[in-house]
Design a protein. Structure first.
Length: 134
């Protein structure tokens, strides 16, 4: 079976051992915020645009750091549909608030792992192994 890859960017924002998560309208699981690149857009430009669209804050460009790439079966998609998340960290200015399709923002610990998408579980495990999340 041929797999289909959904290529996405994610903003991993950690504070006090917790990670900022989002839930889109009509979805039953939470996700690490981010989205897809537009044609010709760099990772940094796409991440900044997505974060502003979803969280109403502006990432500080010089604070953006590559974290890693993670892959898993895409939640709610046909078997063989893989989501590839290229993750970055970064600081922001502004006040966090849900916007666009985002219904809820929440701070999760590792104990909330069962409420998230498969690729995010892999990221949570990676963060936990490194002592970055409670």
């Amino acid at each position: 079976m041929e797999s289909f890859i959904i290529d996405k960017l994610a903003w991993v924002y950690l504070k006090d051992g917790k990670i900022l998560m989002t839930r889109s309208r009509g979805k039953d699981v939470c996700y690490i915020g981010g989205g897809k690149r537009e044609q010709g857009e760099s990772d940094e430009a796409a991440l900044m645009r997505e974060v502003e669209e979803e969280f109403t804050v502006c990432l500080i460009p010089e604070s953006i750091r590559y974290l890693g790439v993670f892959e898993a079966q895409a939640h709610g998609k046909p078997k063989g549909t893989i989501v590839r998340m290229t993750c970055y960290t970064g600081e922001y200015i502004g006040i966090l608030a849900p916007a666009a399709e985002i219904e809820e923002l929440a701070w999760f610990t590792y104990g909330d792992r069962e409420r998230i998408a498969p690729v995010d579980k892999i990221i949570f495990d990676w963060l936990k192994e490194r002592g970055m999340i409670q």
